[in-house]
Design a protein around this ligand. Structure first.
Ligand code: IMP
Length: 199
């Protein structure tokens, strides 16, 4: 059986690699670049759900193909859920992950409560179906960055029941806990049922 072709509305190859590591052979995912789509999609909305939906909607409109997108935020309890939907531009538009991380640690300097969670919202558009899937990974923020694997806020986040940051874990270890993995598991389950029922 030919695998189903899906566009993943991102050019973040870290995210693509994480997702490819868990895809069943029934599904084949292409990033925007791999699909020959040159498009920078701004994140204009105030929630992960809306940004995720908008990215999928734009790519579906452009290509007419089955596609999905995701938006992720790091939500820190003692900062009222910040940086949340602003995670990518916390230190300002165009700032690096190191600068975002530095600012977050600075704002947490005197806080005892360092609980946080990553939250991912995936939006699938499949013909006229639009479905969202959420994945959450709870944990806490460390005082100093540790590890050099992964991306973004990985060096400062330790998931529950672990002692290492995400940046000290290889891809398959991060995928045992991760927000993106949990949302993807739900998407894959949904797609597998859809593909079987469409036969
Ligand atoms: P976006 O979903 O690409 O908009 O990501 C929002 C921000 O969160 C960016 O700064 C990413 O680098 C960061 N981010 C997204 N997913 C992860 C992750 O799994 N680990 C660490 N940082 C992440």
């Amino acid at each position: 059986m030919e695998p189903v072709d899906l566009i993943f509305a991102t050019n973040n190859m870290h995210k693509v690699a994480e997702i490819r590591a868990i895809l069943p052979p029934t599904l084949q995912v292409r990033s925007l670049t791999e699909a020959g789509i040159i498009k920078d999609i701004p994140e204009l909305f105030h929630t992960l759900d809306e940004n995720s939906l908008e990215k999928a909607r734009i790519i579906h409109e452009m290509t007419g193909m089955h596609c999905f997108s995701e938006d992720t935020g790091l939500e820190v309890d003692s900062l009222g859920g910040e940086p949340g939907v602003h995670s990518a531009r916390y230190a300002g538009v165009g700032r690096s992950a190191v600068e975002n991380t530095r600012l977050l640690l600075e704002r947490l300097k005197d806080k005892k409560d360092r609980a946080a969670q990553f939250r991912t919202v995936i939006t699938l558009i499949w013909d006229s179906r639009v479905v969202q899937f959420e994945g959450v990974c709870k944990g806490h923020i460390v005082e100093k960055p540790k590890g050099d694997l992964g991306f973004g806020y990985d060096p400062i986040f330790i998931p529950e029941q672990e002692t290492r940051t995400f940046a000290e874990m290889d891809l398959s270890e991060k995928n045992r806990f991760s927000h993106r993995r949990k949302a993807m598991d739900r998407l894959i389950k949904y797609l597998n049922e859809l593909i079987v029922n469409d036969k």
